[in-house]
Write a protein that binds this ligand. Sequence first.
Ligand SMILES: Cc1ncc(COP(=O)(O)O)c(C=O)c1O
Length: 387
Amino acid sequence: MSKGSHKGLGFGTRAVHAGVSPEPITGAIMTPIFQTSTYVQPAVGEPKGGSYDYGRTANPTREALEANFAALENGVQGVAFASGLAAIEAIVKRLSAGDHVISEENTYGGTTRMFNHVLSRFGIEFSFVDTRDLDAISAALRPSTKLIHVETPTNPMMRICDIPAIAELAHSAGALLSVDNTFASPYNQNPLDLGADFTVHSSTKYINGHSDVIGGLLAVRDQELGDELMFIRKSSGAVPGPMDCWLTLRGTKTLHLRMRQHNANGLAIARYLEAHPAVDRVFYPGLASHPQHDLAVKQMRGFTGMVSVDVGTLERAKALTEHLQLFALAESLGGVESLISVPALMTHGSVPEDRREAMGITPGLVRLSVGIEDEADLIDDLARVLG
Ligand SMILES: Cc1ncc(COP(=O)(O)O)c(C=O)c1O
């Protein structure tokens, strides 16, 4: 299906068809894996298709994935990267020394680490703010603020950031807004439609969905920004391999089906755990008890399979990780299989302890990535261990 012709089609139809068309030589219905580093040119300076000169610059498998993803995020351009962090890094690489970024304080720990320990060394300044609080964002704005970067829901506290309100704040200050949409997935939330300038994903997670690829994707609704990001990627080199693009494109075709099951299982498990006496607190935006439930309902269509739970102590958190049979102890999320992790010791180990504790990432906090298994089996597994 050619670029743009998917307009008006439903999410599932776009997931299956957008960006892909039969291969012209054989009619192969599946986009081939163009596993090549270079292309033979008919004449000097005249690469085929105008751009097929070298694999870092252009690759048809990658382009199919990018067009498919852009259609799912209602963007004009998708840009694929070798990892989610590379995609976020590319957004910040638009900036120069002296520019300022306001970041949500409760992002994935690796994002905070990259901002603090890598990009800040190039003279870009970062402020970390609770972006639920619009006044705190306003107070952190400087004349040099060029970007606000949020994650919503956040990892792992499931905070919700008000995308339209933050977009307005950013734009009135002459800054852009990027939203890490990894936790929500494009099935549940489209930041570009809500006013964001960039939507960015660790496609390692829900988008690919099968725990077999590390990748990143971003989309924009302004072609000029898209061209700029393509230039940054070409110049910096963090391209994904063709095989990984192909696997991810296979993943996006079932994103709608997987997300429906993740959403249903996540809600059922959050409700079950909320009612369980061994659980102190459940963080899940789909629960009416979530302090930002109304905002979540306003900007999301579903609430995913990510459920964080405070069980009080590290010992109890560890007991869960040791005795559950269907939740594997592992970092990452968004795959078809259920996972469990202890963020304070795993994904957020690089965040200073005092900041972790202040955000609620206690040693007793457990993060569940609820997969697409049968809901009854997952609940039985939890019941067996929690008692
Ligand atoms: C919300 C979020 N954003 C970004 C990343 C980084 O993505 P990647 O591991 O693909 O580099 C992660 C990784 O866990 C994440 O959870």
